[in-house]
Design a protein around this ligand. Structure first.
Ligand code: GLN
Length: 226
């Protein structure tokens, strides 16, 4: 009963972290990006308004768990661990983890990350991944771009972050490159409060229509040049 309110109330609160181009980022005083357009497209299918709540990435899942936000849409990888605390929609796109280094770095592959200081965004799958690298020291930043800036300034040796985000950050910062070798296949999905089947089903139905009619592909193509 309680759950049914979310759609009927006519408004969904979407928690995100708008520091993650091309998925969600600030442009002037607006928050734009792939996820934001997907949120809009889902909202119009469901006939509801959305309100974006821009918070730290590691709070997004909590906000959905507590019910303060209805959806978590933040390039969230649907991991088994997170499935303990939220339900995930069907996946809407995939990603990998990439390594960013300075142009003149001696780090040429993942094997070279051993013992290195590696910047990550707090609470991400990249953060977890670095935890598995022998003797590596993770440096956690609230924003991926802060990690990239620290790399640029020579404070850390590398950054591990989602593939398309890595490419955007490197485009925006001189003297850095992305290594070819990619890690982990990850699926992005929308987080919904555990057990809110009505909302989850509605989101999945909307997503499947938006995939079938090409909307998702064209939103992605707008932000990611093949
Ligand atoms: N996909 C990564 C994760 O889910 C990073 C997401 C992000 O930083 N917005 O942990």
């Amino acid at each position: 009963e309680g759950e049914a309110k979310t759609i009927e109330s006519g408004k969904l609160i979407v928690a995100t972290n708008a520091e993650f181009p091309p998925y969600e980022y600030h442009e002037g005083d607006k928050i734009v990006g792939i996820d934001m357009e997907i949120a809009d497209a889902i909202a119009s299918k469901l006939g509801v308004q959305i309100e974006i709540e821009d918070i730290a990435f590691d709070s997004v899942i909590l906000e959905v768990t507590s019910g303060k936000a209805d959806l978590g849409l933040a390039g969230i990888t649907a991991t088994e661990e997170r499935k303990q605390s939220v339900d995930f929609s069907d996946s809407y796109t995939s990603s990998k983890q990439l390594i960013i280094v300075k142009d003149d770095s001696s780090i040429a592959s993942g094997a070279d990350l051993e013992g290195k200081t590696i910047g990550v965004q707090t609470g991400t799958t990249g953060d977890l991944m670095v935890g598995d690298i022998k003797d590596a020291k993770p440096e956690r930043y609230a924003k991926g771009m802060d990690a990239v800036q620290a790399l640029s300034q020579g404070k850390i040796d590398a950054v591990v972050i989602d593939s398309e985000v890595a490419k955007k950050f490197v485009e925006e910062t001189s003297g850095l490159k992305v290594l070819d070798e990619a890690y982990a296949e990850e699926n992005y999905a929308i987080a919904v409060q555990k057990g809110n089947k009505e909302l989850l089903d509605a989101v999945n139905k909307a997503l499947s229509e938006l995939k079938a009619d090409g909307t998702i592909d064209s939103i992605i193509a707008k932000y990611i040049k093949a």
